[in-house]
Design a protein around this ligand. Structure first.
Ligand code: MN
Length: 202
């Protein structure tokens, strides 16, 4: 079934001054759309067409013949997830069960932030930094290019896109400044709490 791009829950300029309307215009309006268009074209008329995008990602992750389907499908999914990880007036610290679990597994919220910043900064080339639940433990991981944690049995809680197209118009080469701005001002902890709740009961 054709994958539809989810609508943004905020306007394109709502994340300014940290992420500009111009960046969202290209990133959501061009890059993400291209991944979705490519994915839909690649699966159309094939047996994969009857599956959800999550099922296609899982099925194609280790199939060398399907690398194009995987790359475009995983990028389509990763970006839909990323848009929900951002919100105007976000940032701050999570409360409730997720806040307590971060303190338990990382030592403190500041230590978690340091790990996330380090993962984002040290991902060589294009990719993603993630907070995931693996088994019963929260972890920070990074993935290259289109790779996505679900194919490693990890449940995504939050992500930051660290492909250059995510920050170059606003921060040029200063990826750490983009990551800090996202963490401090834009992370959507209520979306993360919902993911944590669902991941914990699943
Ligand atoms: Mn991107």
């Amino acid at each position: 079934m054709a994958y539809q791009q989810p609508a943004l829950s905020y306007s394109e300029n709502a994340l300014e001054p940290h992420i500009s309307a111009k960046t969202i215009g290209f990133h959501y309006g061009k890059h993400h759309v291209a991944y979705i268009t490519n994915y839909n074209n690649l699966v159309a008329g094939t047996p994969l067409d009857t599956l959800s995008i999550e099922e296609v990602i899982a099925l194609t992750a280790t199939d060398a013949q399907k690398v194009g389907v995987f790359n475009n499908g995983a990028q389509a999914w990763n970006h839909s997830f990323y848009w929900n990880c951002l919100t105007p007036n976000g940032g701050g610290e999570p409360s409730g069960e997720l806040g307590a679990k971060i303190t338990k597994d990382f030592g403190s919220f500041d230590k978690f932030k340091d790990e996330l910043k380090a993962a984002a900064a040290t991902q060589f080339g294009s990719g993603w930094a993630w907070l995931v639940l693996e088994g019963d433990t929260l972890k920070v991981v990074k993935t290259g290019n289109a790779q996505t944690p679900s194919t490693s049995g990890q449940k995504p809680i939050l992500t930051i896109d660290v492909w250059e197209h995510a920050y170059y118009l606003d921060f040029q080469n200063r990826r750490p400044d983009y990551v800090a701005a996202v963490i401090d001002n834009l992370l959507n902890w209520s979306f993360a709490a919902e993911n944590f709740k669902n991941a914990s009961v699943a």
